[in-house]
Ligand binder design. Structure first.
Ligand code: AMP
Ligand code: MG
Length: 306
């Protein structure tokens, strides 16, 4: 409790919260300007993101039904776009991912975090990546304009990126730097950059003309701050989704309502991504430990105080 109170009452925490507030306002303003419709988050559903790494499951039994706490709103984003009248959506969505304790030392993982989750119907990766670059530049510029005193208190030298952000293919980077390529590149960069073509979940679109090539991307912060956003073009066709689930050993039964919509031809091509809020604040404020960016942050494996 002592440590918690010290963090809660510190000047640095207040400064980080002001920066977070300014950044979120900048993001909402940008979405509004571009006609992106805000949805409210879903916290419980029979389906959620299968993720591409292992976490402890967080399910609740309710009147004989098993409901999962949301790991991400990916499938709900795709389903929202079934409406013929909606083509651009976003949600500031809390995610519960009961990550393994060994991830506590990365400085980047929480078990309860938020992401700004965005999806554009009928758009490709180029358009989504361009939009993301603009929102990132606009957000940093706004924080610099509004939070000079807070940045100074935190001794954070932040610059608006010039862009366009560089793009690197994951397979080539793996050959050059080995498994730790993302961190290695992040340390040697001074501007955010993209990693493309990453093998991931069944819903990230595979290039139909080039099996094994993924039309997806991660945005990575410079100065060693690492991953900011993951996203991609999405697959929507029933047969393709079924094949990719089978390849990953996933049971179609766990995604039944989503697959039913795909089978009926209701899902549509889209592209999008999710930007971690705490990781954004971590980067903006130059805070190495994500546990220090918010009041009630929960790190993997640690006892939850509040
Ligand atoms: P993902 O699609 O799984 O990469 O998640 C989207 C974004 O959420 C990531 O790019 C990170 O910014 C953020 N994120 C993912 N997992 C965590 C975590 N355990 N703790 C904090 N932020 C996370
Ligand atoms: Mg990711």
């Amino acid at each position: 409790m002592e440590k918690f109170l010290e963090k809660l009452k510190s000047k640095e925490m207040a400064a980080r919260l002001r920066i977070q507030s300014s950044a979120l306002k900048a993001i909402h303003d940008h979405m509004h300007l571009f006609g992106v419709i805000q949805l409210v988050p879903v916290l419980l559903s029979p389906i959620t993101d299968p993720l591409c790494h292992s976490v402890f499951e967080a399910d609740i039994a309710y009147y004989g039904q098993q409901l999962a706490l949301t790991k991400s709103m990916i499938m709900h984003k795709q389903i929202s776009l079934v409406s013929p009248y909606t083509d651009k959506i976003y949600i500031v969505s809390p995610n519960i991912r009961l990550e393994k304790a060994e991830l506590a030392s990365t400085g980047r993982h929480l078990i309860d975090f938020s992401q700004v989750d965005v999806e554009f119907k009928g758009k490709g990766r180029g358009e989504f990546m361009g939009f993301t670059e603009e929102i990132m530049k606009h957000t940093i510029k706004r924080v610099l304009e509004e939070c000079g005193a807070e940045l100074e208190l935190l001794r954070r030298e932040l610059k608006t990126p010039k862009g366009p952000f560089k793009k690197y293919d994951s397979r080539e980077m793996l050959e050059r730097f080995g498994e730790g390529y993302e961190q290695a590149l992040s340390f040697e960069s001074s501007e955010p950059f993209w990693i493309t073509n990453i093998k991931r979940e069944f819903y990230d679109r595979e290039d139909p003309g080039c099996p094994g090539k993924y039309l997806n991307y991660d945005l990575v912060y410079p100065e060693g701050f690492g991953e900011a956003l993951s996203g991609g073009e999405r697959d929507w066709e029933y047969g393709v989704l079924m094949r990719k689930m089978e390849e990953r050993g996933q049971s179609p039964g766990s995604f039944a309502p989503y697959l039913e919509l795909a089978k009926r031809g209701e899902l549509k091509p889209s592209a999008g991504g999710g930007l971690g809020v705490e990781r954004l604040v971590r980067y903006l404020t130059g805070t190495r430990d994500i546990g220090d960016v918010g009041l009630f942050t929960k790190k993997p494996g640690e006892k939850v105080v509040l």
